[in-house]
Design a protein around this ligand. Sequence first.
Ligand code: ADP
Ligand code: MG
Length: 215
Amino acid sequence: MSLGTDWVLDWVRASATVIAENRVELITLDREIGDGDHGENMDRGFSAVLATLDSVAGDALPADVLKLVGTTLISTVGGASGPLFGTAYLKAAGAVAGVAELDGSAVVELLRAARDGIVLRGKAEIGDKTMIDAWTPAVEAADAALAGGASEAQILRVAAEAAAAGAGATEPLVARKGRASYLGERAIGHRDPGAQSTSLLLRAAADVAARLAAA
Ligand code: ADP
Ligand code: MG
C-alpha cells in the first residue's frame, strides 16, 4: 500500500496535535540548554500550518502539502528551528515532486531529502547534539528497512524508533551547534529539544501510516 496526499494531510494534523501535547516538554528541554522557546516556536508553526490546510486543493499532490508546510514553518516559527524544519519540508517536497502515491523508496527519499536540507542549512554533523542526531539514524534505518522489503508503514515505524533512540542519545553529548553550544559541558545530561521534536514528528508519520494500512 502506497501513501498519498491523505497520509501527508493526516501526518500534518497529527504533528500539530503531538507538538501541542508536548509543548511544555519541549519548552522545558529548551529551557535547560537553550532559551526555552522551542515548544512555543513549534506549536505556533504547526498551528499556523493547520490553519492553511483548508486552502489545499482536492487534487493536491503530497509535494504540494509538504511545500505549504515548509513555507508556513519558515514564515511563522522563527528561531533556529524554523528555517531548519521549513527547509526540511521544502526539500522533502522537491524529492517527491509530481508523485501522487509514495512507495517505500519515495518515503526514504522524502526523509533523506529532509535531513539533507537541514544539513545544508545548519551544517551540523552527527554527534553535534542537534535534530540531525534524530534525523540521520532515522534515514539510515528507513533505508535498511526498504532494502529488507519493508512496507511504507514499517519503514516509517523503524525511522520513528531510530529517531527516538537518536534523541535519547543526545543526552550525554556536548553541543557543537546552536545555542546549547554556548554551554559547553553543562549541556551534558540534557536531551536536545530539536531532536525530541523530530522524534515526535516521525512518530506521528508512522502512526498515521499504520492507521491507513490497517483501514
Ligand atoms: P533557537 O535555538 O533559535 O531558540 P529553537 O529553540 O526553536 O531555536 O530550536 C533549537 C533546536 O534547533 C536545537 O535543539 C537543535 O536541534 C536545532 N538546531 C540549532 N542549530 C542547529 C544546526 N546548526 N543544525 C541543526 N539543528 C540545529
Ligand atoms: Mg530555543
